[in-house]
Design a binder for this molecule. Structure first.
Ligand code: DP6
Length: 344
């Protein structure tokens, strides 16, 4: 099974042409932050993971994408109003992904994306980018695919994108099949309105090594990688238990230790990979001190970058905002709670 055969199978009963020559597809998808990380693939082509992972979506923070067909020799991609050169890695990745969907080989696309989170700073912008793109394609071609099918399509662009089709807690089930049709996101139905996530920016610069490369290097060279699946199995059980019983310390401790284990693994890759800077470590120490002194129940998680995402409850929000004036506080369940509120 290749990405192209996967797409053709999912789209077998769906329109492959836009309803009119001037049709424009447009959609939003939230960013997501993993509490139990995806780190390692069993199939690089289909982005099939070694383990399950579990994330929380960031409500209104994410990507909004518009897409339409154009004449020309190249796709035109702009991100936050800036046109990307075709030499840029992200442009190449997007065009390769769009090759899976072009009605004719000469069809080209114009894609305009607005992302309201810092790009490529370890804040999962590729996740919301590919999820918004498949939703925008669904809008352009008027498919009627379920989120579950869209999740499989988004996964082909970037693994973590398959969790960005839902709000709230989402588990990516690794699946067992070789073709990957059972490797997709599944939403958990628990709401946790008091939960907060804080973005603590240490550095807005692009990462030195992409998560894709870092993941591959870890799997291929770390002698400790064989330990990772058992760590994930244990962490997932604890995270799901914590969500079920609203046990915040258990959630925070497990998410923090899972992220630290992922970074420890990267350090044992050859060559070693290090996203943590002295500034990151300074913030981590501050967070450990707040916990030790019982000043706040706050934990962190860290992805493929130096920035931290803090996890805490609403009761500690003002204290943390005072300590970290640049903290961007996100209320992951605000959007869903207000949608449910307006329906009832
Ligand atoms: C550290 O989804 O960006 O954010 O599948 O190669 O596109 P590709 O990787 P990507 O990796 C995300 C890694 C992570 C952990 C996570 O989101 O689970």
């Amino acid at each position: 099974m290749t990405p192209k055969t996967t797409v053709d199978k999912i789209l077998s009963n769906q329109p492959r042409q836009p309803a009119s020559a001037h049709a424009v597809g447009s959609a939003f998808a939230p960013s997501n932050i993993a509490l139990c990380k995806y780190w390692g693939k069993r199939n690089d082509q289909l982005n099939l993971p070694v383990t399950n992972s579990l994330s929380i979506s960031l409500g209104n923070l994410g990507a909004t994408t518009r897409i339409w067909e154009v004449e020309g020799t190249e796709d035109r991609v702009s991100v936050n109003g800036q046109v990307l050169s075709i030499e840029v890695e992200f442009h190449k990745r997007l065009s390769a992904f769009l090759n899976l969907f072009r009605p004719q080989s000469h069809t080209r696309y114009c894609i305009e994306t607005t992302v309201n989170i810092p790009i490529a700073a370890g804040l999962a912008s590729s996740a919301c980018g590919f999820a918004a793109l498949v939703r925008a394609l669904q809008d352009l071609y008027q498919w009627n695919l379920s989120n579950s099918d869209l999740s499989v399509l988004a996964r082909l662009g970037s693994g973590s994108a398959c969790r960005s089709l839902w709000e709230g807690f989402v588990e990516w089930e690794r699946g067992e099949q070789e073709d990957g049709f059972d490797s997709k996101g599944v939403v958990l139905d628990t709401l946790w309105p008091e939960l907060r996530m804080g973005l603590l920016m240490v550095d807005e610069k692009q990462k030195t090594i992409s998560s894709r490369m870092a993941m591959k290097q870890t799997v291929e060279t770390s002698l400790f990688y064989c330990q990772w699946p058992s760590q994930v199995n244990r962490d997932l059980l604890n995270i799901k238990k914590a969500i079920q019983s609203k046990d915040f310390p258990l959630l925070g401790e497990t998410a923090e230790s899972n992220a630290e284990a992922m970074h420890a693994l990267m350090m044992t890759a050859q060559p070693s990979i290090q996203y943590t800077t002295p500034e990151t470590l300074k913030f981590k120490t501050q967070i450990w001190d707040y916990r030790k002194d019982n000043r706040a129940s706050v934990y962190f998680t860290q992805d493929a970058g130096p920035n931290l995402k803090l996890l805490f409850l609403s009761q500690d929000e003002s204290f943390l905002q005072e300590q970290f004036p640049n903290l961007q506080v996100i209320v992951p369940f605000q959007k869903i709670s207000s949608q449910l509120g307006s329906k009832s």
